[in-house]
Design a protein. Structure first.
Length: 257
């Protein structure tokens, strides 16, 4: 994971239609809060967050990468608009049998709660899971204060994930409780990811071999040109738009460039 730099203000539709719907949801909740906690009533899912202008801005600022696993997916259909705090129900632990209702309905259309993720991170792993360091702090309605919460998932917009997760070769290692929970619960060591990361790491290792050959045989123009190309490719692998760039950054930091 890397920190994602993005504008504070989201697309206009979230303000124009999302805020209006949120105010309606507030009023509906306040009429009969118990019905929303029991599941007798549910909020309409207007999916304004999934409109083209929202998704395309997320794809642009997240550079077509899943905010959790850093897979780069060029087909927009494979990228999901993800709610950091789940909008329609929430679980503290995977072992919990049912969602706590009604979820963070008041953040369903809020730009600061929207991220971009791949299908697997969103739908297979995270789902409605949102563990907190202290579950008693959980905000259960729009009257509660989410800033009291200490989420155990790393938020790639508000904090630098590299303070929580570092790579040992292709393997992500949690260096804080948030880092460890994020890796474990989002399946960041799943087989498909590991294979893709090993392939990239092998490419970077090959570039280093080129650099070593060039360093051992100075003054050969062809080799110097090859080494310059290898250096450029290694630097490109560390850029925010590159797939698995956090792994590349940690690998290069260990070997030097
Ligand atoms: Zn992912």
């Amino acid at each position: 994971m890397i920190q994602v730099q993005r504008p504070d203000r989201g697309p206009a539709i979230l303000k124009r239609l999302g805020e209006k719907q949120t105010r309606r949801d507030y009023a509906a909740y306040d009429l009969c809060p118990g019905d929303y906690h029991s599941g007798k009533n549910t909020f309409p899912n207007k999916t304004y967050y999934n409109r083209e202008e929202v998704k395309s801005l997320l794809i642009q600022v997240h550079q077509s990468k899943c905010c959790y696993c850093e897979q780069k997916l060029r087909t927009p259909a494979y990228l999901h608009v993800e709610h950091f705090r789940p909008k329609r129900g929430v679980r503290q632990a995977r072992s919990q049998r049912h969602d706590d209702l009604p979820g963070y309905y008041w953040l369903a259309y809020r730009w600061e709660n929207l991220l971009l993720s791949c299908h697997d991170c969103n739908c297979k792993f995270k789902r409605t899971l949102f563990p907190l360091a202290n579950p008693a702090d959980r905000a259960r309605s729009h009257h509660d204060d989410v800033t009291r919460e200490r989420p155990l998932f790393v938020d790639p917009v508000r904090e630098d994930p590299r303070n929580h997760i570092r790579f040992n070769n292709d393997s992500p290692e949690g260096i804080t409780p948030q880092g460890r929970t994020t890796i474990e619960e989002l399946g960041l060591r799943r087989l498909g990811l590991r294979i893709a990361r090993v392939e990239l790491l092998n490419q970077i290792r090959t570039e280093y071999e080129l650099l070593e050959v060039a360093a051992a045989n100075p003054g050969i123009p062809d080799l110097e040109a090859l080494a310059a190309g290898a250096r450029r490719r290694i630097e490109a692998a560390m850029q925010p738009d590159a797939e698995f760039s956090s792994m590349a950054i940690d690998y290069v930091a260990r070997r030097g460039l």
